[in-house]
Design a protein around this ligand. Structure first.
Ligand SMILES: Nc1ncnc2c1ncn2[C@@H]1O[C@H](COP(=O)(O)OP(=O)(O)OP(=O)(O)O)[C@@H](O)[C@H]1O
Ligand SMILES: [Mg+2]
Length: 291
């Protein structure tokens, strides 16, 4: 079976996205975990425009999580820049939401309390910033309504008094999403958020992410191992390869997220293209070459 060639993107120039400052600008990025290892990124460039929905896919160990952590400010480039809204991210910023596969819920806190955790921590943090010499005010009434609103919006308001251990994987992931959205991020990073879920729950949450992303216009980057998930959610898809990543193909996928897209020929074609690419990368890795 012949497969359409993957559009191999020329190395993107570090130019702003149309309409102004990119939401994320990766410029000439060099990053490796230790000097003796092959760097994960080697003069790598990538631009994400505000409001875009990206899927990030590639074989295990190619650097997907590393790239999210660099954008989240949890890792720092060794050279080059990772800019969020035009500024470097030397530390995590309040308006970047990060959702991980294991939900990160506190087992001893209720759903309501877990959902409000980010907001409470934000208040404490802001209070810590009180001018020197002034008493740090006790955090005022907790802004629980915002978290409650998101729990309701995600269909789990009735579980507010339960504990994480009493929830299904899908419900836990909804709590994690509610907690993040309650912080009103303008950038949402998700690292394989649905990989532990059964197919129906996964589909349901994918649909909900599409709906929320369209409604809120949040720039979203979702890492996934699932070709189908990347093809359904990613209006643009970045294909990482074996380190060192120097350039990465980008696939435009304009139908992503639209109702009925999973049944459309364009979806099947995209899935086929992504499988072909991953197959090429895997055979490159097996033969010891770099993709
Ligand atoms: N803390 C660390 N110390 C040293 N090397 C690391 C560390 N974290 C990741 N790596 C290495 O960096 C490379 C990229 O890892 P990363 O976790 O970003 O891959 P990934 O694409 O997210 O993989 P997966 O799909 O399995 O989650 C891998 O070769 C990995 O072994
Ligand atoms: Mg990973």
């Amino acid at each position: 079976m012949s497969v359409a060639p993957i559009p191999s993107a020329p190395k993107p120039k570090p130019e702003p996205a149309a309409g102004g400052t990119p939401a994320v600008g990766v410029r000439d990025l060099v990053f490796g975990y230790a000097a003796e290892y092959v760097p994960v990124f080697d003069h790598f460039d990538w631009t994400v425009a505000p409001g875009e929905m990206w899927a990030l896919i590639g074989p295990s160990g190619c650097g997907k999580t590393t790239l999210l952590y660099l954008i989240a400010g949890l890792r720092q480039p060794q050279a080059g820049q990772v800019l969020v809204d035009g500024s470097p991210a030397p530390r995590p910023r309040a308006s970047t939401g990060l959702i991980l596969q294991d939900h990160g819920l506190l087992p001893w806190a209720t759903v309501a309390s877990n959902a409000g955790l980010g907001l409470r921590m934000g208040r404490l943090y802001r209070n810590k910033q009180a001018p020197p010499g002034q008493p740090r005010p006790y955090p005022p009434a907790l802004p629980q309504e915002e978290a409650t609103r998101w729990l309701d919006r995600l269909g789990i308001g009735h579980l507010a008094d339960k504990y994480p251990a009493q929830l299904s994987g899908g419900q836990r992931q909804r709590v994690a999403i509610a907690r993040t959205l309650a912080l009103r991020p303008n950038l949402l990073l998700m690292d394989e958020p649905f990989s532990a879920l059964d197919p129906l729950t996964r589909r349901d949450l994918q649909d909900q992410v599409v709906e929320l992303q369209a409604e809120l216009g949040i720039t979203t980057i979702l890492v996934t191992h699932s070709v189908e998930e990347a093809a359904f959610l990613g209006r643009r898809i970045l294909l990482l390869t074996a380190p060192p990543n120097r350039t990465a193909p980008v696939i435009d996928n304009p139908g992503a997220g639209q109702p009925g897209f999973r049944a459309a020929p364009a979806f099947a074609q995209r899935v086929q293209t992504l499988h072909a690419h991953l197959g090429e990368v895997a055979s490159g890795i097996r033969s010891g070459g770099q993709a």
